[in-house]
Design a protein around this ligand. Structure first.
Ligand SMILES: Nc1ncnc2c1ncn2[C@@H]1O[C@H](COP(=O)(O)OP(=O)(O)OP(=O)(O)O)[C@@H](O)[C@H]1O
Length: 789
């Protein structure tokens, strides 16, 4: 590189660093001074005089307390802002930027050359000159999108043209330029190679400096209501989508918070794995959960099928599962719920002291007294109101009953005190209620207060009303929560009626088989167990019955590993987040739960959106694995031809065929030693949890962590993990345990084997008993080594 260029760039860097350092100092002192003024406001609390003798005194006291509170919260806010700025600047100052582009806006007559530097966040000096632009600024798109020459980029005002004359990339470490080079491509291969040959860790990293053109499309798309990202294993779907979250938070800053963005991830381990990316980009994490968590937290009394159960048991009843997970079933539930507007809503009596206080017949009458225009939600609302009125009118009737008299006779002193409201003024840590409490305290003084009654009759009247109101309170809560709707009975009724709403024949299911299956589901519901498929159906029916309108505050919803969802689940999510734009990522080749049924998913899900607002991006280039590993894994698939390996060199995968498990174990030990020497993160992937547990015992190596539940943390170093928990993760080295017919012997396990093998970045080893899996027959033999000793 030309010395002059290096000198000029060093100068620019130093100028930027100087300005940043200055700004850092200013921010530091502004944090200090806000801290001081917060202290002084806090001290002034002591000067607030409590004037409580007169009404105007109380008002004055309250006003002055409020003023103090306001001052305090303003200062706290500016302190938080300054602290955030300080944190960002501290991070920026190590690597202020990673790229530069020179361009002109080619439409103008006499184009003026502009130079911008691109970094993790923008930075401007005291005169408001931008020394660094945020990578998410519209103009920065040029850097990711094309090479030298004419390019266009999207701004909020429309498409803008530009002519790029220079693209320069930097590697800056601790404020010094380590390398810099000019490139004509979108992102130079050298930089990408550098990023990819690094070692994996238990945390995913951001790809901000090397985002590829196709990924940039995903990141900056704001038009689509449904953005479909289909891509091979390791093609950077997850990486791109996390950048997209950061982009959206920037693009809609002030209007969108991270709490309005939800990511559905395949399992909890994965949440742990991607946890650092957004904070690394200077943003807060979005809400992350698994579908299991989303569904099961709504049904605390039911054991919803776990990931492991789903993986290991769901294979049975596949035709029935297919029907239950279909869009046709979603529509069947919708139609069934609609008919509840006219009849058949299952209702329970509101019970009081073991007797129906409001009978189910009476509630049903109320429920269906409203005219046909009422929807289920409105019907419920109106019924609730009427029931609440009935409940309050019940107080007058109940007070005269014997049980009330008896309760009064048996009241202890403490119960009596509680009923008449004697007690102390309580001061907690809520400033606003405390202010009121202080005022009360000044008026009442400390200590318990006895309530005076004019007569014994008045006392009895008071007590009996209190007792009745208190006893009816749980009923009011039940009514508010719509407990009088019998969801379990309704769910069972739906299952028994489903064949009237769904064409079972189109799924090749005989009515008798369906009804037999329904009885199994009912028995398991009684035992408080539900599969994830049934849980979703149950929740959807419940939401329709209660007129739930979904979480309207959520604006962006991301679903990773969409191939493991049923169309029903996706439709349910669409229903549950009606105002969200969806970005869904998937690789049909990694459908390990839904298998062949995943194939129609894209069509099914798209049908729920306006077709004009559905976009799809396909990523075929893979980044995770070496060329040798990608070439090997893609042939495990029947149609993996259009997966392009990134040209990164490594060893061919090795298949060890060994005569028995004890030989396999010895080989495994050797492999472990080797990877430990290289300090590789290594996963020994078994098919099932039972295999993982057994292997951990046989191996008896304390340095190898057994991951058997998604709630564990991802351990550093070496792990044993069952296949379904390794989804979405990556490791320097992967060892597949029992890569033979005993575990991967059927065509239906092809995708599973592909998913597992594609977790490897640098080294892939397969250990097989006797001979390798029949599924490897599709892989050309020159793509891997076979070793039998
Ligand atoms: N543009 C890029 N620059 C640098 N690294 C990248 C880029 N895109 C992807 N990667 C890296 O490639 C690896 C695979 O990416 P990622 O996990 O996002 O793929 P994926 O498509 O979600 O894979 P899978 O479907 O197997 O879970 C990660 O280590 C990621 O950091």
């Amino acid at each position: 590189m030309d010395n002059k260029i290096k000198t000029d760039e060093t100068q620019y860097l130093n100028k930027t660093l100087y300005a940043m350092e200055k700004s850092l100092q200013t921010t530091k002192s502004s944090i200090k001074s806000t801290n001081k003024s917060i202290d002084s406001v806090a001290r002034n609390w002591g000067d607030v005089r409590l004037k409580t003798d007169t009404y105007s005194g109380i008002v004055e006291t309250a006003a002055s307390i409020r003023q103090q509170q306001q001052m305090l919260s303003e200062r706290e806010n500016s302190k938080t802002r300054a602290e955030r700025r300080f944190a960002t600047l501290t991070k920026q100052i190590d690597k202020p930027y990673f790229a530069r582009i020179d361009f002109s806006e080619s439409t103008s007559q006499d184009p003026e050359q502009e130079t911008i530097y691109i970094g993790l966040g923008s930075f401007s000096d005291e005169k408001n000159h931008f020394l660094v632009y945020d990578w998410r600024a519209p103009v920065a798109s040029i850097y990711y999108d094309g090479g030298i020459g004419d390019v266009s980029y999207l701004t909020p005002d429309g498409t803008q043209q530009a002519n790029v004359t220079l693209k320069r990339q930097f590697q800056i470490e601790d404020g010094v330029i380590v390398t810099l080079f000019d490139t004509e491509e979108a992102i130079g291969d050298a930089m990408l190679m550098n990023a990819l040959s690094g070692e994996s860790s238990t945390k995913m990293k951001s790809i901000v400096t090397t985002i590829q053109k196709e990924q940039n499309k995903i990141i900056r798309n704001t038009a689509a209501d449904l953005l479909f990202v289909q891509g091979a294993a390791g093609s950077g779907k997850t990486a791109a989508v996390l950048q997209r979250v950061a982009y959206l938070l920037y693009r809609y800053r002030g209007k969108l918070t991270s709490g309005q963005v939800v990511l559905f991830s395949p399992n909890q381990l994965f949440n742990d794995y991607i946890d650092n990316v957004l904070p690394e980009l200077g943003e807060q994490n979005m809400v992350q959960m698994t579908f299991y968590q989303y569904a099961s937290r709504r049904l605390p009394k039911i054991n919803v099928e776990t990931l492991q159960e789903r993986f290991e048991h769901d294979a049975k009843d596949t035709t029935i599962n297919l029907a239950k997970g279909s869009l046709a079933m979603f529509e069947a539930v919708t139609a069934y719920a609609d008919h509840l507007n006219r009849s058949d809503m299952k209702i329970r009596s509101v019970m009081f002291r073991g007797e129906p206080l409001i009978s189910k017949e009476r509630i049903s009458e109320i429920y269906y007294q409203y005219n046909d225009n009422y929807k289920l939600g409105q019907r419920l609302e109106a019924t609730r109101d009427t029931l609440m009125r009935i409940l309050s009118s019940q107080v007058g009737l109940e007070v005269r009953k014997d049980w009330v008299e008896l309760t009064i006779e048996n009241l202890s002193k403490q119960e009596y005190d509680e009923l008449v409201g004697a007690g102390k003024v309580r001061i907690g840590d809520d400033q606003e209620t405390d202010a009121a409490a202080h005022t009360r305290l000044a008026q009442l003084g400390e200590g318990p207060k006895e309530r005076e009654f004019a007569s014994e009759k008045a006392e009895r009247q008071f007590l009996s009303r209190q007792i009745v109101t208190q006893s009816l309170r749980p009923l009011a809560r039940q009514i508010r929560r719509a407990n009088f709707l019998n969801i379990n009975a309704q769910f069972i009724d739906f299952l028994r009626q489903a064949h009237h709403y769904l064409d079972l024949k189109s799924f090749n299911i005989a009515e008798s088989d369906w009804l037999a299956h329904v009885e199994i589901v009912i028995a398991s519901l009684r035992a408080k167990q539900l599969s994830l498929t049934d849980t979703t159906l149950y929740l959807y029916l419940y939401d329709l019955m209660t007129g739930k309108r979904g979480e309207r505050d959520i604006r962006f919803l991301f679903i990773d590993e969409i191939q493991d969802y049923t169309p029903f689940q996706l439709a349910f999510l669409k229903f549950s987040f009606p105002r969200a734009k969806f970005t869904v990522l998937g690789d049909l080749n990694q459908a390990i739960f839904t298998k062949d049924n995943a194939t129609n998913l894209q069509v099914d899900f798209s049908s729920l959106f306006d077709s004009e607002r559905v976009e799809s991006v396909k990523l075929t280039q893979t980044y995770r694995s070496t060329q040798q590993i990608t070439d090997f894994t893609k042939y495990i698939l029947r149609d993996g031809q259009d997966i392009d390996a990134f040209n990164r060199d490594g060893q061919k995968p090795v298949l060890y065929t060994l005569p028995n498990e004890s030989e396999m174990l010895s080989k495994l030990r050797l492999q472990i030693q080797q990877h430990a020497l290289n300090q590789d993160t290594t996963a020994i992937i078994t098919k099932t949890r039972a295999d993982a547990q057994a292997l951990a015992v046989e191996l008896g190596d304390k340095k190898v962590t057994l991951i058997q539940s998604e709630n564990q943390r991802l351990a550093k170093g070496m792990i044993i993990v069952p296949s379904y928990l390794a989804k979405g993760l990556e490791f320097d080295a992967v060892i597949i345990w029992h890569a033979d017919n005993s575990r991967y012997g059927f065509d239906s396990e092809r995708r599973l084997l592909y998913t597992v093998a594609s977790r490897a970045m640098h080294t892939l080893t397969l250990l097989a008993e006797n001979s390798g899996s029949v599924l490897l027959d599709t892989v050309p033999t020159n793509l891997y080594e076979v070793n039998n000793g």
